[in-house]
Structures are given as structure tokens and as C-alpha cells.
Design a binder for this molecule. Structure first.
Ligand SMILES: C[S@@+](CC[C@H](N)C(=O)[O-])C[C@H]1O[C@@H](n2cnc3c(N)ncnc32)[C@H](O)[C@@H]1O
Length: 230
């Protein structure tokens, strides 16, 4: 892939979802790593608290790994993902179907709330998603995600921290500084996947004038970010 070619980013936007569709059945193996269990337990408890009493819009739900805990005390939960393959697994989780629903949606073209209409969502969530947003689309993605939520909504993002010797190495950077990892699936297929490791400082710049109560929580293998929309 040519590193400075904008069409390369477009093709990555198509390849990445296809990679996750193909990975659906084996996706959650990544959460089996024994040394990550303390972080994962911390995150599950923390997510449960974050959404207590909230009506949540989630993008890129994937297989719903976090959702039995994250949805436990929520008032209502609208999950979404581009891939039906992962949503089928999410729907099989022990979730309260009276308040948790899913539908296919492109995280870059969210249409849960029509322009100008009142949003039912007082919280937003995206787990392990922002790392796949190209640097040049970060501000745009945040804007349209925030536009689906109420003013004053509570937003939670969380993702992987880069840990030397444990994370899949970054094999190259493109012209705008996006990192790429070479990943393999159990069928032997190899995939180049864009994966970034944004910093607290980058988020503080991105969220300036949009949010307050910005809280960054670095764990060993993950980070979390929460904030209140202005
Ligand atoms: C790393 S997984 C995260 C899944 C889940 N949130 C978690 O924390 O385990 C990334 C997810 O993004 C989804 N995805 C990729 N491109 C997307 C897009 N344009 N819109 C919505 N979801 C997308 C993939 O299908 C995949 O489920």
C-alpha cells in the first residue's frame, strides 16, 4: 500500500471491517491472556459504574465482550456495528433484551438520531474502536458521534495501550502517522490493520471547546477516557 496515497486510507476503511468479520469467531481469544485479567476485571467493574441509569449509544460493539457488565445497570442500550457476523455473537450474550438492542450501523455515518431531532442518548461508548480511526478522521468522527448524543452526555472511550513485548508491533507508519500491524487469523490469512495509540494530550487537544470533566485513566494494557459534552 502506498503510504501517502489517500486511496490507501479508503481501502483500509474497507479492509479493516472485513478483517473483523473474518475474525468474529476467534475475536475474544485476545481477552484470554492471563496477564491482562486484572485490567479486564477493573474495566468491567468501571464500565458498569459509568453507565448506571444511562441510555447509551454504542458504536463498534463487536462481539459484545464488555456488555454483560457494561449494560447491567444501564437504563437502555443501543449497540451497533458494521458487521452482522460480530453482532450475531453479541446477541447471544446474557443481556437483558428488554433494554439492550443492536443494529448494523457504520460508525462514520451514524443515523440513530435525525439532524435537529432530540437525542434519547445521555451516554456514548466505543471500546477498542478509536485506535482504528485514522488520525485525519478523528475530529470528524468525534463530531458526528457527539451529534447523536444529548448536550451534557457522558462519553466513554477505551482502548489498548501499547506495551513493548506484548502488543503486536507496529510494522510501519503511513504519511499521516497512522500505525499498521500485521495480524494472522487461525485460517492462516494475514492482514495489515491500522492501529493507533492516541495519547491523553491528543485527546485534550481534540476535545478542547467540546467537553469538560475529561478524565484519562491509564491501566497497564488499556486506557480509558471519559468526559461530559459541553
Ligand atoms: C477491535 S473491535 C472492538 C469490538 C468491541 N467494541 C470490543 O471492545 O471488543 C472493532 C470493531 O469495529 C467494527 N467496525 C469496523 N469498521 C466499522 C465501521 N465503519 N462502523 C462500525 N463498526 C466498525 C468491527 O466489526 C469490530 O467489531
Amino acid at each position: 500500500m502506498a503510504t501517502s496515497d489517500p486511496s490507501a486510507l479508503r481501502s483500509q476503511a474497507e479492509l479493516m471491517p472485513r478483517y473483523y468479520a473474518q475474525r468474529a469467531q476467534e475475536y475474544e481469544r485476545v481477552f484470554d491472556k492471563p496477564h491482562r485479567q486484572p485490567d479486564i476485571a477493573t474495566l468491567k467493574t468501571w464500565l458498569r459504574q459509568q453507565f448506571a441509569g444511562r441510555s447509551v449509544l454504542e458504536v463498534a460493539s463487536g462481539t459484545g465482550f464488555w456488555l454483560p457488565e457494561a449494560t447491567a445497570e444501564a437504563r437502555a442500550w443501543q449497540g451497533s456495528d458494521l458487521n452482522p457476523e460480530v453482532l450475531a455473537i453479541a446477541r447471544s450474550k446474557p443481556l437483558d433484551v428488554a433494554k439492550v438492542q443492536f443494529r448494523e450501523a457504520d460508525a462514520y455515518a451514524l443515523d440513530f438520531v435525525a439532524p435537529g431531532a432530540a437525542s434519547p442518548y445521555d451516554a456514548g461508548f466505543a471500546g477498542l474502536w478509536f485506535s482504528h480511526v485514522p488520525r485525519s478522521r478523528r475530529a470528524e468522527w468525534l463530531s458526528q458521534f457527539h451529534a447523536q448524543l444529548q448536550r451534557g452526555a457522558h462519553v466513554v472511550l477505551m482502548d489498548n495501550a501499547y506495551v513493548e513485548g506484548d502488543s503486536t508491533p507496529i510494522s510501519r507508519l503511513d504519511a499521516e502517522g497512522n500505525g499498521y500491524q500485521l495480524r494472522s487469523l487461525s485460517d492462516g490469512s494475514r492482514h495489515e490493520v491500522m492501529k493507533n495509540f492516541p495519547t491523553e494530550a491528543e485527546f485534550r487537544t481534540l476535545l478542547a471547546g467540546r467537553a469538560h470533566e475529561i478524565r484519562w485513566q491509564p491501566l497497564r494494557y488499556f486506557w480509558t477516557l471519559s468526559y461530559t459534552l459541553d
